[in-house]
Design a protein around this ligand. Structure first.
Ligand code: PEP
Ligand code: MN
Length: 360
């Protein structure tokens, strides 16, 4: 896939004064609900109205979407409000039906992106379409799998492309429903600077009160747009109730976000600066996380030493670590003085941890 500006022409042509906004309910539930939310979003920053018609549910027995009838409701949305429409497609039948009902934007869901067979089937069904097609990240943090899906669409002569970051599944429970991997996104942006990238804070957070902060981080990291699940009665939504916001709240979120406008030199400077600072924040968080992990391993060593009654400080081992790290650091432009200071601090923390374990 060559890096062509063609991929983002559809977005540039919209000439938006703000990030692209895709909003609407997780699922189309009833005709009334679909139309009510759409009318509430009509005169806002929203560019595409989303609604899930076929819902990929993790466990069977939950609401699995209204099916093709919902496409008729989306057509009505377009007629009554002028909003463009968007839905998820997961196989050839979905694609055929969505195209038949003139849906403007189709996205491939996280559970489909993991399967090259399904992605290829969708790409074949969409061959040459002039609709916008967005690819959500796969549920697992695999950049090649994600980009592979984009490449399959690109090879099927689909030009209006983009990706959606909706976070990744983790076994560990975290404050996120699906953890965002900003570092992976930065790598994707470096490899394909022209590929439009949208953030989906709804599925990343799973909680409506975290949506603003994640959206702001995304904009600071140069995301081109946001997809935010919006419902007129979020608590009673048939799917993803905890993460949906009301249309009023969406308007407020959009108003409060710091949106970068690259209009003059000062703005460009500020925009670059906030982008770099957001990258630093991501890396600093990773540093703290990795230090926490290191100390946990150190605790385990402490427990082992306790069992065997071995001294905490093993100077041979420590000198070997220092020597290696000074060499590694040199290759990355870090001074010997800095590496020594940093590792002394890490070592001290490690000793404190182990002392505590041995003496309890
Ligand atoms: C959705 O957008 O409603 C959805 C099911 O998302 P995902 O594929 O990210 O889980
Ligand atoms: Mn959802």
């Amino acid at each position: 896939m060559e890096n062509n500006k063609q991929m983002r022409k559809w977005l540039d042509d919209m000439n938006l004064p703000h990030p692209l906004v895709i909003a609407g309910p997780c699922s189309a539930e009833t005709e009334e609900q679909v139309l009510k939310v759409a009318h509430d979003l009509k005169d806002t920053d929203v560019n595409y109205y989303r609604a899930g018609i076929w819902k990929p549910r993790t466990r069977p027995g939950n609401f699995e979407g209204v099916g093709a009838i919902g496409l008729k409701w989306l057509q009505k949305v377009k007629e009554e409000t002028g909003l463009k429409t968007a839905t998820e497609v997961a196989n050839r039948t979905h694609v055929d039906l969505a195209l038949e009902h003139d849906v403007d934007l189709l996205w491939i869901g996280a559970r489909s992106t993991v399967s090259p067979f399904i992605v290829q089937e969708i790409a074949d069904a969409l061959k040459g379409t002039d609709k916008v097609v967005l690819v959500k990240n796969p549920v697992n943090p695999d950049l090649s799998l994600w980009l592979g899906a984009v490449e399959r669409l690109n090879s099927a002569n689909i030009e209006k492309l983009g990706v959606i970051h909706r976070g990744f599944s983790t076994y560990e429970k975290t404050k996120y429903r699906n953890i965002p991997e900003w570092q992976l996104v930065i790598e994707l942006q470096t490899r394909y600077p022209d590929l439009p990238i949208i953030n989906d804070p709804s599925h990343i957070t799973g909680k409506r009160n975290m949506i603003f902060d994640v959206s702001q981080t995304a904009l600071d990291l140069n995301f081109d747009g946001l997809m935010i699940e919006t419902h007129c009665d979020p608590d009673n939504a048939w799917s993803d109730a905890a993460q949906q916001v009301t249309p009023d709240r969406l308007v407020q979120i959009m108003k409060n976000l710091r949106i970068r406008k690259e209009t003059d030199e000062q703005a460009e400077y500020n925009s670059k600066l906030s982008n770099l600072r957001a990258q630093i924040d991501v890396i600093d968080n990773q540093l703290i996380e990795i230090m926490g992990k290191r100390m946990k391993v150190s605790d385990e060593i402490g427990a082992l030493k306790k069992k065997r009654n071995v001294a905490v400080l093993q100077s041979n081992r420590w000198n070997a670590i220092l020597g290696n790290m000074i060499l590694e650091g040199e290759q990355r432009g870090l001074s010997e003085e800095f590496v020594l200071k940093m590792f002394k601090a890490i070592h001290q923390e490690s000793i404190n941890h182990q002392e505590k374990i041995i003496n309890t």
